[in-house]
Design a protein around this ligand. Structure first.
Ligand SMILES: [Zn+2]
Length: 95
């Protein structure tokens, strides 16, 4: 699944609800999910939970981008397709 396809899927599932909640409330959910991912990484004993938390953080990030009218695929390509945005190398050679 491409990033744009994932963003569309999350929009189809949640955009109406998320729009009604507003960006501030949605950002609070994103922050909550970051906390859950933090705990899952720290515990490091439940692979399935870790995978779910990564998926949740990505979904909330995508939702925030959609609410701001941003295509995550476009901005990711724009910034990183040529390599490190500062030294343009892959891998990065910045000191
Ligand atoms: Zn670099």
């Amino acid at each position: 699944m491409k990033i744009s396809e994932f963003q569309k899927q999350i929009e189809d599932i949640y955009f109406k609800k998320d729009s009604q909640r507003g960006i501030e409330g949605t950002f609070m959910w994103f922050a909550e999910e970051i906390g859950e991912l933090t705990r899952a990484i720290r515990r490091d004993d439940d692979r399935e939970n870790l995978e779910e938390e990564f998926a949740d953080v990505l979904a909330w990030l995508v939702t925030l981008a959609s609410m701001k009218g941003i295509s995550l695929e476009d901005v990711a390509k724009k910034k990183y397709a040529q390599g490190c945005p500062y030294c343009n190398a892959v891998p990065c050679t910045c000191s």
